[in-house]
Design a protein around this ligand. Structure first.
Ligand code: PAF
Length: 271
């Protein structure tokens, strides 16, 4: 359990929060540094949340690296590590899932491939936000749909917390950093670069060729390199409504989820 902020003498500090599922990498460290730049203290939680996994094998195989995560967090000044136990977030007296629904966002893209996923995410994030009581909470934009879901849920349920999105950190060759990358062999890691290439191809073709053609070319590129694609599409950046023709003057986002060697990767590009 967290010490009270008064016990730590930081009750009047501006508090940032970075929730994670551990296996911390440079992307998480960037979230923490972004939070530290805007806040006095930062709480970083590590909890592999069972209710957001629709596939039990995925939950079992999710990397758990508590000792390394603790080492990484203790290298920071002014970062409090929080490793909640399951009972703290799912106590017997509370319903398993929060009674909150957002059909427009829960049912599309990630939500349609991972039924129940966002219900689990919102449940754990709202409970963590209530426990940690931060001024600001920081989420990676690699999980763009998750960011929009949480921003909307928090604006309705906990409007005093500011939800902020932080840009995706990439390897030098462009691969979005993810804890799941740890499960890729050397060859698959190299092949995974094609997701970013496919997204950049779509953005580059804006207004040059029809949108469906740009997507078809990018999808072919993924198929040729051994990917099994769940979705590859272009949506409006503010609400994830899919577009089928290039609009004028709208922020767009190309999104992709695809599997390579049994590992499901997601990425996106705002343009
Ligand atoms: O993005 C994640 O790592 C998780 O979905 C989160 C926000 C920590 C909730 O479990």
């Amino acid at each position: 359990m967290l010490h009270t902020y008064a016990q730590l003498g930081i009750e009047n500090s501006l508090l940032g929060f970075v929730p994670t599922m551990g296996a911390l990498h440079q992307g998480h460290l960037h979230l923490i540094n972004t939070a530290l730049a805007q806040c006095d203290w930062v709480v970083c939680s590590v909890f592999v949340n069972p209710s957001q996994f629709n596939d039990p094998a995925d939950y079992e195989n999710y990397p758990r690296t508590k000792d390394q995560d603790l080492d990484a967090l203790s290298a920071f000044d002014k970062v409090l590590a929080y490793f909640p136990e399951k009972d703290e977030l799912y106590p017997p007296h509370l319903p398993k899932l929060l009674d909150y629904n957002d059909p427009a966002l829960f049912g599309i893209l990630e939500g349609s491939y991972r039924p129940g996923h966002f219900q689990g995410v919102v449940t754990v994030v709202i409970r963590l936000l209530k426990q940690v009581a931060p001024n600001k909470a920081f989420f990676g934009l690699k999980d763009y749909q998750q960011y929009l879901v949480i921003k909307k849920a928090a604006s309705l349920l906990l409007p005093m917390v500011q939800i902020l999105g932080v840009e995706t950190v990439r390897s030098v060759d462009g691969l979005a950093l993810s804890s799941r990358n740890q499960r890729l062999g050397e060859k698959a890691l190299h092949t995974a670069l094609n997701i970013g290439k496919a997204l950049r191809h779509i953005a580059f073709q804006k207004h040059k060729i029809p949108l469906d053609q740009a997507i078809a070319q990018a999808a072919w590129m993924l198929e040729q390199t051994g990917f099994e694609t769940d979705y590859l599409c272009v949506c409006l950046g503010n609400n994830l409504l899919e577009v089928t023709e290039w609009p004028d003057n709208a922020e767009l986002i190309a999104l992709c989820a695809a599997k390579i060697d049994g590992v499901r990767l997601i990425d996106n590009l705002l343009f």
